[in-house]
Design a protein around this ligand. Sequence first.
Ligand SMILES: C[S@@+](CC[C@H](N)C(=O)[O-])C[C@H]1O[C@@H](n2cnc3c(N)ncnc32)[C@H](O)[C@@H]1O
Length: 338
Amino acid sequence: MENALSTVSSTLLSFFNSQALIAAYDVEIFEAIGDGATSQEVFEHCNLPESTGHQLLVAMVAMGFVEYRGDIYTLKPDMAPCLLKNGTQYMGTLARHASKFLYPLWANSAQAIRTNSNQRKETFGDERKWFDILYSEPNDVADFHAFLSVLADPFVESFLKGFNFSPYKAFLDLGSGRAALPRAILAANPHLNVAVCDLPEAVDHMRQELMSSGHSDQVDVYIGDVISGDLPEITQDLVHMGWMLHDYSIKTQKCILANVFKALPSGATFIASETPLLDDETGPTFVALLSINMLISSDGGIESTTAQYLDRLCEAGFTNVRAVTLDGPRTLLIGEKP
Ligand SMILES: C[S@@+](CC[C@H](N)C(=O)[O-])C[C@H]1O[C@@H](n2cnc3c(N)ncnc32)[C@H](O)[C@@H]1O
């Protein structure tokens, strides 16, 4: 009984945790702490009143992000890469995205469930498509792709370990975001020609990323839309599309798969990477909740089981359709164009 009460009440109030963390990123308390700082140094750096700055520091210590010893605040060493702007896993980008887009949308979650419709108009008064809203400000594009590529890192690592790229000549990543996957594939498989294709606003950001990592000459960049079917000529023998199907309704997923199938050369291998629901749809919790997130924010986006994804690949015409489970968070859903 005690456990049930604590599970229900702490779940209902779990936004305390996320909003306190969002505030901490927002006032840049972690940058102020850096390698170690007194409370006074933190208040001055962040320009915070002593009383509220202290409350936030106490919360960050209690939540396990910050340590306090001998009057000095330090970042927990294992947390620092996620907390600092120059950290390898910086999540301040997700904090901004969640604060600007997801929190306001989720306030209407019951309405979304009652009416089976996204809540963009109710929340932002905006009837544009999800990616049009998401991509209207360049900083939001950068934030979205920055946190996604950090979250994709374990997948990229397991994809490189668990898939044999050696029989292929050329790789195309559809909806590549920040092009993190193709850059990693190229580093591990220098024999491959590598290309990416995405929506125009994503491509603008991707080009800047490729320029700053010195990959501009090594990765071909195309603009394309898998829903309208307006795609560049695809000559690659290995084509991947990651975490995109779940952004769309089942009907649109079928349309995307049909367009990709049509555009692929005969003999090509297609891989969609997704994080499916368990076969009996009892979890995982994060994916079940992500499905509601897709309902609220996107155009009918929904999470599916592996079998449901594979059925859609078969329906599009792919053969030898199969799932490959990797160590990391995603499953490869593979098919070939005869
Ligand atoms: C959730 S992100 C996934 C990014 C990356 N592939 C990954 O696995 O982390 C979805 C990507 O699909 C792209 N995308 C969405 N709709 C698209 C469309 N109709 N045509 C082409 N790309 C699209 C987005 O711009 C974005 O880069």
